[in-house]
Design a protein. Structure first.
Length: 267
């Protein structure tokens, strides 16, 4: 026995040639939350941030997510196909976004913003980190509605048969990721930032937390058949998550060992 997959039309409504999709709406929800939360933090006394800076930062971040996510997906997951069809990079109508690529894009955007506004890089990273998990939660729900990125076959009571996943019941791994990488990670960061922390520790905790959650959930998610290593035991998602775990842990250790002023509480 398996749970019935809820048949939700990926398209919310259509007006002429324009179709509004749930997945796109999830992106908008993530950006809307980031804008609201960032302005909420900037409005606090002595935050060191203005609404204008928040707007510019989110604009850079949005570009980083979209460009980095698409380029990362093509290079990390479809590189062979890209070499044969270079224009595939621009075929966004065929979907394909990578969180790890988006992360690199956001880090690049943070570096550009910090340099242009003469702000401390770690300070900007700590400000951005709590804005991300809710966007991850929304994005994974979008994946679930689309019936994509499903999990490995299983007989757990909450297993589902996905329309594009064959006749076998599978883990709803998109919901696992939404819960742990989204909700749980946001709560962890929220509680962590209720007190002043060394600069860099918040960003480090985000990298560590996401990397650990993603690495573990990959064992429940169906890996790309052409990208698995050691007989499929290690997936591309796990390979890309390891640097996040190592880098995040190293950043936390460095932040607490290096004498530096603490940043203001963000929560």
């Amino acid at each position: 026995m398996a749970l019935e997959f809820p048949q939700i039309d990926p398209i919310i409504f259509t007006v002429g040639p324009l179709s509004v999709r749930w997945y796109g709406l999830m992106y908008l929800i993530g950006f809307a939350f980031a804008m609201w939360w960032a302005n909420r933090q900037a409005a606090k006394p002595n935050s060191g941030w203005t609404k204008e800076e928040v707007g510019d930062l989110l604009f850079y971040g949005m570009l980083g997510v979209i460009l980095g996510g698409r380029i990362g997906y093509v290079l990390f997951y479809q590189f062979s196909y890209f070499l044969e069809n270079p224009l595939y990079l621009f075929r966004i109508d065929q979907g394909g976004m990578s969180f790890h690529g988006g992360t690199l894009g956001v880090i690049t955007a943070i570096c550009i913003f910090a340099w242009s506004r003469k702000k401390q890089l770690l300070e900007v990273g700590d400000f951005v980190a709590p804005l991300v998990p809710v966007g991850l939660l929304a994005g994974r729900i979008g994946n679930f509605i689309n019936g994509e990125l499903w999990g490995r076959t299983t007989d757990v009571p909450w297993a589902m048969v996905f329309p594009t996943g064959g006749p076998l019941a599978r883990h709803p791994s998109q919901l696992y990721e939404a819960f742990f990488e989204g909700l749980v990670l946001f709560i962890i960061l929220y509680l962590f930032t209720k007190k002043s922390r060394p600069a860099g520790s918040v960003g480090g905790l985000f990298l560590l937390g996401y990397g650990v959650f993603r690495f573990g959930i990959e064992y429940f998610r169906e890996p790309d058949a052409h990208l698995g290593l050691f007989g499929g035991f290690i997936s591309m998602g796990q390979i890309l998550s390891l640097p996040m775990v190592i880098g995040g842990l190293g950043l936390i250790i460095w932040a607490y060992k290096k004498p530096q002023p603490t940043v203001a509480s963000k929560a």
